[in-house]
Design a protein around this ligand. Sequence first.
Ligand code: XMP
Length: 329
Amino acid sequence: DWTPASIVDDAVSAIRDQVGDKQVVCGLSGGVDSAVAAALVQRAVGDQLTCVFVDHGLLRAGEAEQVERDYVEATGVDLVVVDVAEQFLDALAGVTDPETKRKIIGREFIRTFEVAARGVVERAAAQGGDGGEVEFLVQGTLYPDVVESGGGEGAANIKSHHNVGGLPDDLQFALVEPLRTLFKDEVRAVGLELGLPPEIVWRQPFPGPGLGIRIIGEVTRDRLEILRAADAVARAELTAAGLDRDVWQFPVVLLADVRSVGVQGDGRTYGHPVVLRPVSSEDAMTADWSRLPYEVLETISTRITNEVREVNRVVLDITSKPPGTIEWE
Ligand code: XMP
């Protein structure tokens, strides 16, 4: 019988066998899969592991801190943070097409990660001695990912997904994939077993391109701030209502190129709408819009329009998938 503890034991000894005394690099995304994969490798080979966190500036409020502070505190992992928000914003300037945004974010991400991983290699080499070379890259591949990728190239490409995993072939690493046989719920159980913060373990899925694909229109620093503020309210109220586990995902989308007239205090406003997109789903392949209680929706709407000056209208997306997708871009 498998328990979280026995999964951890098996994974730890398998990782030790595979890695030996070599160095290992792992990209952290802020998501649960890479966090658990890295924590397992950390448990197995300790300071032979270096984690790399590319902060592209497209994360939600508090998420970078969760990785940089809480995760490091919980695991003691050796973490390299690369702050490239500026670089990503520059690359995204003037871009409104969803696929172009996705490609730019994916490209910048890989470039940045590659440079950081090389840095880790060079530092290890400079320290010299045996096992100074980085030979392994950790991937948070889950069992469903393994099965799905068996489908190959034939599948219709609806949106180009960008993952920490989308790395170029010439990046010479062997892969360590400690979650390859696990489903999401098992990954979460392992994460709790390893003592990871619940905020990370229970995090809802979040797309690699982050808030970049939840701003409809050009991505700018100001718009990111608006969306982050609105999103933080929606998340806080969902949590306060005890509904986190009932909702698969809760994107908040900023219609940055749309304005509508409103009235607030004694003045006319001309602000932006945000869309609430709470969905229920088993696997994100299909989804239904979540029937959130009206009181929860009301509180979210009131708080967002009160607290986020630029937003004067809150709308609810009641489209299932299909025909809608979960994300708007
Ligand atoms: P859609 O919008 O296609 O999303 O219904 C399905 C699921 O995938 C997530 N998503 C992504 N995840 N990289 C990711 O790692 C991506 O580029 C990406 N795009 C969408 C989305 O949040 C949902 O869970």
